[in-house]
Write a protein of this length. Structure first.
Length: 223
């Protein structure tokens, strides 16, 4: 295999993109990059510093102060924001409720895309997100676009979140997913859309193992 293979996995919120991307990276010994974690860490910084999302100067200043780093252990995402480990905090509802608005900002997207493209240079990677196959790596070797029934997605995410936060309701999770789908697909700046050459993977009725096998079969065609 060549040493600059990019596998782009895009799709709706809570579709299991990261589960598949991690499993695939592990199997292939590729680097896994969770691009959503970057938007989440920026959101956390903006919330902590009360950055006004209508103030372009403040946004540009804040972006200069943000330094993100990934530390991969066992293919789990560990991300630091200015050297602070924030992997847990970026999954909580305050960030989830605000991340789509932050990810819609042009300045934020330009900066994240630049960093993501740098991470994929001369390496074999699996990156998941919303615009990986369209904007970040339009020439990706393989593109997968994931989708699933929104109710099933909410139930899966609810199970995950409920373990850590028993107060959370299924309704709240469903609303958050529906809201993010809407914002992600309707924003002006690189909206979530399937690249014409992306393979659709609807995993409503598929196990994680079946999804991995589906992806591995596609990888076989590019080797
Ligand atoms: O994959 P996730 O749920 O952790 O992503 C969090 C948010 O970040 C999601 O609502 C949309 C945004 N995002 C994006 O706009 N572009 C990406 N490449 C990845 C995530």
């Amino acid at each position: 295999m060549s040493n600059n293979i990019v596998i782009a996995i895009d799709g709706y919120s809570s579709c299991g993109k990261s589960t598949l991307a991690k499993a695939l990276a592990k199997k292939l010994h590729f680097i896994y990059i969770d691009s959503g974690a970057m938007y989440r860490a920026v959101t956390l910084y903006f919330l902590r510093h009360n950055v006004d999302l209508n103030n372009h100067e403040q946004i540009a200043e804040a972006l200069k102060d943000i330094h993100l780093n990934f530390h991969s252990r066992d293919y789990q995402t560990h991300i630091t924001l200015n050297d602070e480990e924030v992997s847990e905090e970026i999954r909580q509802m305050p960030v989830s409720d605000n991340v789509s608005s932050v990810a819609a900002l042009r300045e934020v997207r330009h900066e994240m895309v630049k960093q993501q493209q740098r991470m994929g240079r001369s390496k074999n990677i699996v990156m998941d997100g919303r615009d990986i196959g369209t904007t970040v790596f339009p020439d990706a070797t393989l593109k997968i676009f994931m989708t699933a029934d929104p109710k099933i997605r909410a139930e899966r995410r609810y199970k995950e979140l409920h373990e850590k936060n028993p107060d959370i309701t299924l309704e709240e999770v469903f609303e958050n997913i529906a809201h993010r789908d809407y914002q992600d697909t309707t924003r002006a700046e690189s909206p979530l859309v399937r690249a014409p050459d992306a393979i659709i993977l609807d995993n409503t009725n598929m196990t994680p193992d079946e999804q991995l096998q589906f992806a591995l079969d596609k990888v076989d065609t590019i080797k």
